[in-house]
Design a protein around this ligand. Structure first.
Ligand SMILES: Nc1ncnc2c1ncn2[C@@H]1O[C@H](COP(=O)(O)OP(=O)(O)OP(=O)(O)O)[C@@H](O)[C@H]1O
Ligand code: SF4
Ligand SMILES: [Mg+2]
Length: 349
């Protein structure tokens, strides 16, 4: 297998080709973004954890946010949701949902936006579900809190939603407590909760990571189907590139707090511009390939934010590093709709 062979038959999008009608990528050119993050920086004390991140996602589009552990994926999502907790705080930048600036809103206003307009699904459903409340009530609660339905109607709708996310015998399961359900079922409940108010945006942070491969695949398909039905935009955080290949329309790659590459999923897999993205692709092929020795893995680890080197933070691990890399590379166009922050993008230097 060579770099660029996608396990994603029938997509075949080349970075330089025109987007197709009905394609979320096409809508990226014509539709207003659901979420627009501009120049977002997050810090603790004087240490920057997320730096100058800008991202957009349009209706019906899935943006996958990838990168090794500690790159700042979760903090970016939490900042977008207004869920950062002291001592971590937003240093600067703007977060707009459907054009509305969220960064100045108080907790009460934010709580109204969360759930109704945007919802987040976390990796560990048991941490997010209330252990002493029946799951049906928890789904119904979201509908009642956002004033959409009476309690009775909300309960009926909750059972419908549990059915919709593939929970067998939903009326009986609605009466169960989280500990009486499997991890996969709890995750389905979380998805039902996230979908309850038909939000414009869902942020899923490693939402399927803890699940076995079969359940994960079922849940990804389910999320994609529901998303296509509702036109919800999705940010999907994962370190699993097989998941990216299955679900993404666009990809944003993070390294040490910054976005280092963005582009359509096929372009990212077939023609990664940043040495870090290329390294991630090689690592994946290394794991998949029977002739693993031919492909390099990325040596070293992501620097701690307090020990991040100046200039390009990937420099100590980069096979192409040169003197020029001691200055920070800014994002630049690499291919159509593909942006790379590197002084020497592409395969050769
Ligand atoms: N509460 C906190 N206080 C101090 N540093 C933090 C805090 N939360 C996160 N960090 C640091 O910020 C950086 C980014 O963390 P974040 O959780 O966003 O990474 P991530 O990309 O989501 O990683 P993972 O893939 O492991 O979930 C890391 O270096 C992390 O140690
Ligand atoms: S700027 Fe230099 S060190 Fe950074 S990724 Fe590009 S080549 Fe490597
Ligand atoms: Mg995380």
């Amino acid at each position: 297998m060579t770099v660029g062979v996608l396990e994603r038959p029938g997509v075949g999008f080349a970075g330089a080709s025109a987007p197709r009608a009905g394609d979320p990528l096409a809508s990226a050119l014509v539709r207003e973004p659901v979420l627009s993050i501009d120049g977002l920086s997050v810090c603790t004390g004087d240490v920057d954890l997320v730096i100058d991140v800008s991202l957009q996602v349009v209706p019906g589009e899935t943006l996958c946010l990838v990168g090794e552990s500690g790159c700042g994926k979760s903090l970016t999502c939490l900042a977008a949701m207004g869920l950062l907790a002291e001592p971590v705080r937003r240093r600067s930048g703007s977060v707009r949902l459907q054009g509305q600036e969220l960064t100045g809103l108080g907790e009460k206003q934010l709580r109204q936006v969360r759930g109704r307009e945007m919802a987040m699904i976390f990796q560990d459903p048991t941490a997010s579900l209330n252990p002493v409340q029946r799951v049906g009530h928890q789904v119904a609660e979201a509908l009642v809190v956002h004033g959409q339905l009476s309690r009775r109607a909300a309960m009926r709708r909750a059972v419908e939603l549990l059915d919709r996310v593939g929970i067998a015998d939903p009326a009986a399961r609605a009466a169960a407590y989280p500990h009486q359900l499997s991890g996969g079922m709890c995750q389905r409940v979380m998805i039902a909760m996230a979908l309850a108010c038909r939000p414009r945006l869902i942020i899923a942070d490693e939402a399927t990571t803890a699940l076995d491969v079969t359940t994960q695949s079922q849940i990804l398909k389910l999320m994609k189907t529901l998303q296509q039905e509702t036109g919800t935009a999705m940010i999907f955080v994962t370190h699993d590139l097989s998941v990216v290949a299955e679900i993404a329309d666009r990809v944003a790659v993070m390294y040490s707090g910054r976005i280092v590459e963005t582009g359509p999923v096929d372009a990212i897999f077939e023609n990664p511009g940043h040495p870090y993205t290329r390294g991630l692709m090689d690592c994946r092929l290394h794991a998949l390939s029977a002739t693993a020795g031919r492909l390099a893995t990325i040596t070293g680890t992501v620097p701690r934010p307090a020990a991040r080197p100046g200039g390009c933070a990937f420099r100590p691990r980069c096979p192409k590093a040169a003197e020029r890399c001691e200055t920070l590379p800014l994002p630049q166009g690499f291919a159509p709709r593909q942006t790379v922050a590197c002084h020497f993008p592409g395969r050769a230097r």
